[in-house]
Design a protein around this ligand. Structure first.
Ligand code: PRP
Length: 190
């Protein structure tokens, strides 16, 4: 089974993604030149974006990961909890750049940022691959973003539906049958 068969249309192509990452990486490079900083990738969705992004930033940086787990596998973001954080010495007194794949309601980044500040981060900035401002329920804006998109459910480039499609190299909209198939067969069938 090839995942491409489930794609209705490509919303953001590979070349558009790479151009946007070049732009954002240049902004980050200018902002942090001479500053010791850590990129904190929020798993799982940001893994593809973060790995492309850091390889375009030609200044010293450290890399850390933060785990967030949400309940439910639907297309709506739901309740979540922080499952793991970087070590205390990777947070305290550090300049942190939180990297996530999508800023949707804003709850995740707001909560994660507050937790890092509580643990003594010197500064927490945010960088997201996709920003869906129409969905925001808490007042948070990304410091940097690659794309603003309308309120459509998208997959690919790290973003999943029911755990799948993260490995698509572009951002896409799925065919309606995919959601119907999933609800008919249940989560175990993907
Ligand atoms: C997604 C995404 C963000 C969050 C954004 O994570 O990676 O972390 O939702 O939503 P919000 O702005 O409404 O809080 P998800 O819970 O799907 O986990 P994943 O990264 O493991 O796919």
């Amino acid at each position: 089974m090839n995942l491409q068969g489930d794609v209705e249309r490509i919303l953001i192509s590979e070349s558009e993604i790479q151009a946007a990452i070049d732009r954002v990486a240049a902004e980050i490079t200018t902002r942090y030149d001479g500053v010791e900083f850590t990129v904190v990738a929020v798993l799982k969705g940001s893994c593809v974006f973060a790995s492309d992004l850091i390889r375009r930033i030609p200044i010293p940086l450290e890399l850390a990961f933060l785990g967030v787990s949400s309940y439910g596998a639907g297309t709506e973001s739901s309740d979540f909890r922080i499952t793991f954080l970087p070590n205390g010495n990777e947070i305290k007194g550090r300049h942190l750049l939180l990297v996530d794949d999508i800023l949707d309601t804003g709850r995740t980044l707001q909560r994660v940022r507050a937790e890092l500040e509580l643990r003594g981060a010197r500064e927490v900035r945010t960088c997201v691959f996709l920003d869906k401002p129409a969905r925001r329920v808490v007042p948070i804006q990304p410091d940097t973003r690659c794309f603003e998109i309308e309120d459509k459910f998208v997959v690919g480039y790290g973003l999943d539906f029911a755990g799948r499609y993260r490995n698509l190299p572009y951002v896409a909209v799925l065919r309606a049958e995919v959601f119907a198939r999933h609800s008919r067969l249940g989560p175990a069938a993907g």
